[in-house]
Design a protein around this ligand. Sequence first.
Ligand code: PEP
Length: 252
Amino acid sequence: MARKIIIAGNWKMHKTVDEATELVEQLKQALADVKDREILVCPPFTALSAVAAALDGSNIQLGAQNLYPADEGAYTGEISPRMLVDVGCSYVILGHSERRQHFRESDPFINHKLKVALDHGLKPILCVGETLEQRGEGRHKTVVSMQVYRGLHGIDAEAMKEVAIAYEPIWAIGTGQTARPEQADELHWAIRNNVEGLFGEDVAQETCIMYGGSVKPDNVDELMAQPDVDGALVGGASLNVESFIRIVKFQA
Ligand code: PEP
């Protein structure tokens, strides 16, 4: 089976309902002819419902930026997987470095969320990545491998077919500093090896491994040309209609 290609926009804490709807209305028209890759937008929770309605019948899918791993209950301020499915999400980003850093999310907690997401039919995008300091110490592959092993602990090969991994070096997120294509590919290859060790070669070859970290119109073609780069998780550049269109329409 061919590896799927996913281009996802992570809008983080940006866009009101009106702004979000306007953006997807424009994306929908401009990207209607794209057939060979999956397109995904991940608005903030408050805009999910309106964006789902605007995207109805389009080739753009809806994802959430996080979930809390319980169906319902006394978890003030949290959003459950049932609610995300109900509103039309098919994907959920988990373990983003901003959540690991600002909200102290641990690998076991992320792993728990990933299993709950799968139980509810949501496709997780598991984010992993090293700090500049860890890279400087030559520990980047080990750090990322541990995040992969711990994040995927207890998942079976069948379920893994629904999981995508995003390699996002923390030093490249929102900094304008992108990993060089060969630096990204080196880690993508290492991650695919980790997945192979856990689930076998067939699953590893099918797993979509996305790159994230200052992906822009002027670097996307080179990044996507790397053999083990199968998609992009785009932050800042996904907030602008022209730049996200150009990124989705990358030519590798
Ligand atoms: C991200 O939010 O996952 C991200 C990669 O952000 P940016 O593209 O702005 O670096």
